[in-house]
Write a protein that binds this ligand. Structure first.
Ligand code: HEC
Ligand code: HEC
Length: 207
């Protein structure tokens, strides 16, 4: 775990400075128009139209930009989204689109109850140190809304669609998604059983 945490601190330091230098440049009003194509799947206000499309409402602009660049560079792959990312060719358009989705009311799901959600909450809060799983709240925040707007390394996940969360956690666990800095999220996903993933996704989607 110390190795992972050390890497986190180094990456946070490096990206922090980079992030704030870019932060002020996006224009949400311009981004609304420029993101018309995206609304077809991610919703006009960033609440997606189907459970396999992620919500983008309130997501950190720095994280959105990183994902689009990763899709463009082939560091993250999805048949549908890789093709969509390729349409955003101007840096200013990406700034504006990312600023628009971040300015929307943050994603929120219907609260979950029951033993599965309880188990998910325990993983979210405390992790499972025996398996090297550090509690999700330590990086994604108490309510899954990330740390703060100037730390976009750790995305908003609270209130994200469950189907999308399941796919990402399995992609990370099984090595199909490898664009996470220093492999820190993949290491955590590998320590989660399929049941753990089901439970934690149930809990997070209701935040
Ligand atoms: C036809 C549907 C569709 C359209 C249109 C679309 N997307 Fe996506 N988007 C997806 C899917 C599906 C994923 C999830 C990919 C995966 O499973 O890894 C995704 C993922 C993303 C992500 C990653 C989110 C995260 O939480 O990591 C971002 C950012 C994103 N899309 C932005 C955009 C932008 C900006 C546009 C417009 C230029 C756009 N999308 C248009 C389907 C779409
Ligand atoms: C050591 C810090 C750290 C911990 C602890 C952590 N994460 Fe992450 N997580 C990250 C980072 C960094 C990313 C962003 C990866 C990227 O930039 O592509 C991420 C991304 C994610 C994503 C993808 C989000 C998206 O929109 O596509 C999910 C889902 C996720 N984490 C769930 C969890 C869960 C569940 C836990 C607890 C079991 C957890 N994380 C614990 C650092 C962490």
């Amino acid at each position: 775990m110390n190795k992972v945490l050390g890497a986190v601190i180094v990456v946070v330091g490096a990206l922090g400075a980079y992030g704030s230098a870019w932060a002020a440049k996006g224009d949400p009003a311009a981004g609304k128009e420029k993101s018309a194509l995206c609304h077809g799947c991610h919703g006009e206000k960033g609440m997606s139209v189907a459970p396999n499309f992620p919500n983008l409402a309130g997501q950190f602009s720095g994280y959105i930009k990183k994902q689009i660049r990763d899709f463009q560079a082939g560091k993250r792959n999805d048949d549908t989204m890789s093709a969509m990312a390729a349409t955003v060719t101007e840096a200013q358009d990406l700034e504006d689109i990312a600023a628009y989705f971040m300015s929307q009311t943050s994603m929120k799901g219907a609260a979950t109850k029951g033993s599965k959600a309880d188990k998910g909450k325990a993983i979210f809060m405390d992790g499972n140190l025996e398996k090297g799983v550090y509690g999700c709240k330590n990086c994604h925040g108490e309510t899954g809304k990330g740390k703060s707007a100037d730390n976009h390394l750790f995305p908003v996940i609270g209130g994200q669609n469950k189907d999308y969360l399941l796919k990402q956690l399995h992609d990370l666990k099984e090595g199909r998604r490898t664009n996470d800095p220093a492999g820190m999220m993949g290491d955590i996903a590998k320590g989660l059983s399929d049941d753990d993933i089901e439970a934690v996704a149930e809990y997070i989607s209701g935040l």
